[in-house]
Ligand binder design. Structure first.
Ligand code: FE2
Length: 178
């Protein structure tokens, strides 16, 4: 515990400083997302086929809203990622393809149009069962909220120990499973 003392501010100033700009509506067009996934200017992260949807109005939350972030994940034919868990929840919308996920030991089979949910800190992994077609999962998480409150943790692989993801630490070099 640090002995560094806290500061003070009049409550009126606090209210004014705490007020944040309005977050504007946004749309991410399907054709633009497709370009990000498959075009020559792709933003897919190295080693992980995912691109995040950013609303600049959310500042360093890098979210869709100040507390919710979104990403589009591509699983290549036959791809099966590793079991992992994190303190953020995840809602998955199956945009294309078919496969299954194992959430805390329970197999969830999915196909285009399905929606499934992985609660916080439950182990999960995803598998694209097609040998020809990519699976595309639109994923919505509360990383933006958890990161802001210092409570974003990852464990990958499961059993390796939870790591707190904080800016400036080696954990930020991890490109986690999704
Ligand atoms: Fe995940």
């Amino acid at each position: 515990m640090s002995n560094t003392t806290g500061n003070f501010m009049g409550y009126k100033d606090f209210l004014q400083n705490s007020a944040k700009p309005v977050v504007s509506p946004r749309i991410w067009k399907g054709k633009d997302i497709n370009e990000q996934l498959y075009g020559s200017d792709s933003s897919l992260s190295e080693g992980r086929g995912a691109v995040s949807l950013i609303n600049e109005d959310t500042g360093d939350a890098y979210g869709i809203s100040p507390n919710i972030n979104g990403l589009v994940q591509v699983l290549k034919p036959g791809e099966h990622n590793h079991p992992h868990r994190h303190s953020n929840m995840a809602i998955f919308v199956v945009f294309e393809g078919e496969g299954y996920s194992i959430v805390e030991g329970e197999k969830v089979e999915w196909e285009k149009g399905d929606v499934f949910y992985a609660p916080a800190w439950l182990s999960h992994e995803h598998c694209n069962t097609s040998e020809e077609q990519d699976a595309i999962l639109y994923t919505f998480q509360d990383v933006s909220e958890l990161s802001r409150t210092g409570s974003w943790f990852l464990e990958e692989p499961v059993g390796s120990g939870a790591k707190r993801v904080v800016a400036g630490t080696e954990e930020t070099d991890i490109v986690p499973e999704i």
